[in-house]
Design a binder for this molecule. Structure first.
Ligand code: ATP
Ligand code: MN
Ligand code: MN
Length: 397
């Protein structure tokens, strides 16, 4: 049945978190169709059932990306955990049989979906705002720009910057641009705190050659972090050089738990950037919500729009996430901020189901023994979970 004689369906189904998905997997057409349905339902959902649908398509797409052979016969799709025996299997089968799915093409060209896609490409906009704009009769990015004054978002500066820099922020950031910016930021940080360790996470660490942003993770001992507030200091240094277009800093201090920091931050020098302190959620997270849809507890974080030198004009705006972690959190933050998102969902679900552990970007919590499990490296985290180590480029679920 399978072109790969070593393929063992039982083994493939035994543990989803053991699967590996490289970027250059063998079933792009099927995965693309399933990912489109995932995107459709995650943007256009009306009900909780629709949201669950989006998650089910995300799992189905991931399953297909993990298959170590190219599917040529629909029978090869039978019995795959997460692809299921319903809607997703039907679509996948159509693609294998005819290279085409009517439903996917209808959704792909759905007018409402196309508008939602455009709106959600505005930095700071998600499905609920997209829905509002659509109801107001907006359809295109031009509509948003033209009618911006009526949109009641002038106070929400994140979105107004998203609109103002719409074209810049939807131009993919290339690996070499990301690497140069990363080096620049790392050098700045090391001048402030020589012992700091940094890594370039997100899609680039998983092997992508372009992405929508740069994710930089910082690690420092707890004590030094408290002294420096390193992420804020790095942001301020960039600001002094005039490189900050917009930024939003958040910080949660103290023991893990509900923490609200309302202390004022030093004002930056740029006229047009904004600082907001945010509230970080309770930890450990519980309940039946999708944990990744919630904000993770992390010590320090700065979402920013920075200036990048551009060949055609003085600069263009790019998205950069600066994330702080203490040495004890670092391996967990590495995994969390490497992603991808679906891989993290899968790991977290597995940790919960198999061990009643709560996994996040700040640690692994044993809910039975009421203790945090220490880790020095990402491999330690996989060991705690009794999983084989997976390289970052195998985490493209
Ligand atoms: P791209 O190349 O398009 O940026 P990406 O995989 O890097 O893709 P990001 O949105 O930058 O996507 O996220 C990087 C990783 O960080 C993801 O795996 C995501 O799960 C995680 N992440 C993003 N935002 C948060 C957040 N607020 N809290 C915790 N983790 C997050
Ligand atoms: Mn990213
Ligand atoms: Mn990011």
């Amino acid at each position: 049945l399978y072109p790969d004689p070593d393929f063992d369906l039982n083994k493939f189904n035994e543990c989803v978190a053991e699967r590996r998905a490289v970027l250059d997997h063998q079933n792009k057409d099927i995965a693309e169709a399933l990912d489109l349905l995932r995107e459709y339902w995650s943007l256009c959902h009306q009900t909780v059932t629709d949201e669950r649908r989006a998650l089910a398509f995300a799992r189905a797409a991931a399953a297909v990306k993990c298959l170590p052979f190219k599917v040529t016969n629909p029978r090869q799709l039978k019995g795959i955990k997460d692809l299921g025996d319903g809607h997703a299997l039907r679509v996948a089968t159509q693609i294998v049989e005819s290279g085409h799915s009517q439903e996917v093409e209808e959704k792909r060209n759905d007018k409402k979906f196309l508008s939602f896609q455009i709106f959600c490409k505005v930095f700071g906009v998600g499905p609920s705002i997209a829905k509002k704009w659509y109801a107001m009769g907006l359809r295109t990015a031009e509509d948003v720009k033209k009618r911006f004054d009526q949109l009641d978002v002038s106070k929400d500066n994140m979105i107004s910057y998203g609109v103002a820099f719409y074209d810049d922020l939807n131009r993919p950031l290339q690996l070499v641009e990301a690497e140069n910016t990363y080096k620049h930021i790392t050098a700045l940080a090391q001048r402030i705190l020589p012992s700091v360790v940094t890594s370039m996470n997100g899609g680039f660490r998983r092997g992508k050659s372009s992405g929508h942003d740069l994710d930089v993770l910082f690690s420092y001992p707890e004590r030094e972090h408290n002294e420096h507030g390193l992420i804020a200091a790095v942001r301020d240094e960039l600001d002094k050089k005039g490189l900050v277009v917009w930024s939003r800093y958040s910080r949660a201090d103290g023991p893990r738990g509900v923490e609200i920091d309302s202390s004022p931050l030093p004002a930056g020098s740029a006229k047009d950037h904004l600082l907001v302190i945010m509230i970080i959620l309770k930890y450990p997270l519980d309940g039946h919500f999708d944990q990744l849809e919630r904000r993770d507890f992390s010590t320090e974080k700065n979402l920013g729009l920075f200036q990048l030198a551009d060949s055609a004009r003085p600069w263009r705006a790019i998205r950069v996430d600066l994330v702080g972690s203490t040495t004890t959190q670092y391996p967990y933050a590495q995994i969390g901020w490497t992603g991808n998102k679906q891989y993290n969902r899968c790991l977290r679900q597995y940790a919960k189901d198999a061990f009643n552990y709560s996994l996040s970007s700040t640690g692994l919590y044993d809910k039975r023994q009421h203790r945090w499990l220490p880790a020095q490296t990402e491999r330690d985290v996989f060991d705690h979970l009794k999983l084989s180590y997976r390289e970052p480029w195998e985490r493209n679920f």
